[in-house]
Design a protein around this ligand. Structure first.
Ligand code: AMP
Length: 441
């Protein structure tokens, strides 16, 4: 057996190898395109933030803050956290840069790495990438629906099918405290039957019990009082409108009264999007989150967070947003064997034979680059057979061959790989000639 190398990537953190980059680029590109259509502007925030931003914003009792945050103490004694999510940093940035003075709403999107000290398992990493969208300073329910539509559109553009949107409302500071009380009394008499995690959750944040996937808690959950029956008039009206917009958009959604999303900052609408990754039942054991009997994988989620800005900056900012996991999307794409046509490869290949030819080829390559014609080469290899084979594999239409004789005569050979025809052209005319031929195609 091969000896294990001394240095490996840290547990739960992975290299994004060239073949994976292709998926990342695709997801980024589709997101960028959709962001442009809906007029979102890109934002990047630092990888590190004041740890208190998350303990205040995301919430002290949440799993993210309690168990999953990487916190480091700086030499100066500050506590910084590797960002576990991006909503709190974006609201921090919105407040810090006075974006409330910009025309409202402010629409922002991001694509970057996040960090959570999770138990490593398939589909769950300690460093993972998210693409996210936020609409700030907008309280209308129409943007809640639009946010869901945006995520749905991205996944559809990536050709993921059988998408399921789950929605719920978790109320606001008017109605949630009362519901929490109801739920607490319901759970209190059943506490001994809860799973270990829920025994802890129940004291700090009873809503999280509704989110539990443990077998033990399912029966208790199913008979628990439902928040939708206890929303205040405003939240009820808001949620009704969101559902009407979703109906209008013909988005396939279902109500999930157990969806709570686990973060303190959410108010009113919450949603999650799942993709069925097991259409042919071949990929069942894929680390997938099983959802009501179906092998579906959580692509992303989000919701409204009207209370967050006040928690971290003392100012009310109505907002809605969400994020999707890039590795999860890739997992779903792979499970569905989604492949895209290769990006346009090289348009020409430059083959060379002999020292003088090699020197001249280097220069020709630069001329093509300036003209934005993509050219492939293997200048390190001298065998013409190898070079032609490579050109063949790349599927380029024109191979330029520069041998010793051509180099001395200041000419070059163009071989059309489809017709097999060969023409000799003056070296200083080659770029123009190729431009002409490429235009003709
Ligand atoms: P959350 O806001 O925590 O629901 O995260 C949004 C999405 O990010 C999830 O639906 C997943 O697709 C993805 N995600 C969250 N945590 C991880 C993780 N540890 N590893 C990989 N993807 C994750």
């Amino acid at each position: 057996m091969a000896k294990k190398l001394r240095f490996q990537s840290p547990t739960g953190m992975h290299d994004i190898l060239p073949e994976e980059q292709y998926y990342f680029q695709r997801i980024n590109k589709v997101s960028e395109h959709i962001a442009g259509f809906y007029d979102f502007k890109k934002i990047d925030t630092p990888i590190l933030e004041d740890a208190e931003l998350f303990s205040r914003g995301v919430g002290l009792s949440t799993d993210i803050v309690q168990k999953q945050m990487y916190v480091l103490k700086t030499r100066g004694g500050d506590f910084l956290a590797l960002r576990p999510e991006c909503t709190a940093p974006i609201v921090r940035s919105f407040l810090q840069h006075g974006m409330f003075n910009l025309p409202q709403p402010v629409k922002l999107w991001y694509f970057g790495p996040f960090f959570r000290a999770e138990h490593p398992q398939a589909g769950r990493y300690r460093q993972f990438w998210q693409v996210g969208f936020e609409i700030l300073e907008e309280k209308s329910s129409v943007v809640d629906a639009q946010m869901i539509q945006i995520f749905y559109n991205i996944l559809q553009e990536l050709r993921l099918k059988n998408l399921i949107v789950e929605v719920n409302s978790i109320g606001d500071s008017q109605c949630r405290p009362y519901y929490k009380k109801l739920l607490t009394s319901y759970l209190k008499v059943r506490e001994s039957a809860l799973c270990l995690d829920c025994k802890r959750r129940f004291r700090k944040n009873p809503l999280r019990v509704l989110d539990c996937k443990d077998e033990k808690c399912q029966q208790i959950k199913s008979q628990a009082p439902q928040i939708l029956d206890h929303l205040c008039d405003e939240c009820n009206h808001h949620f009704k409108e969101v559902l009407e917009f979703l109906d209008e958009l013909e988005l396939p959604y279902r109500l999930n009264s157990h969806l709570v999303r686990g973060l303190d900052y959410y108010t009113k609408t919450v949603f999650e999007i799942f993709s069925d990754v097991n259409p042919d039942k071949k990929n069942a054991a894929n680390g997938s989150q099983v959802n009501e009997g179906m092998t579906s994988l959580a692509m992303g989620g989000g919701g409204r967070y009207d209370a967050l800005a006040k928690l971290i900056g003392g100012r009310d900012v109505a907002a809605v947003g969400g994020a999707m996991g890039v590795e999860r999307i890739i997992q779903a794409m792979k499970a569905r064997r989604i492949k895209f046509a290769e990006e346009a490869s090289a348009q020409i290949f430059i083959a060379q034979l002999g020292n003088l030819a090699k020197r001249k080829s280097l220069k020709i390559l630069e001329e093509f680059r300036k003209e934005k014609i993509t050219a492939a080469e293997t200048f390190g290899k001298d065998s013409l057979k190898f070079q032609l084979n490579k050109a063949n594999k790349l599927g380029v239409r024109y191979v330029l061959i520069l041998g010793q004789k051509e180099a001395l005569e200041k000419t070059i050979l163009i071989k059309d790989m489809i017709s097999g025809k060969q023409d000799t052209v003056k070296l200083d005319k080659i770029v123009d000639e190729i431009k002409k031929r490429l235009k003709r195609r």
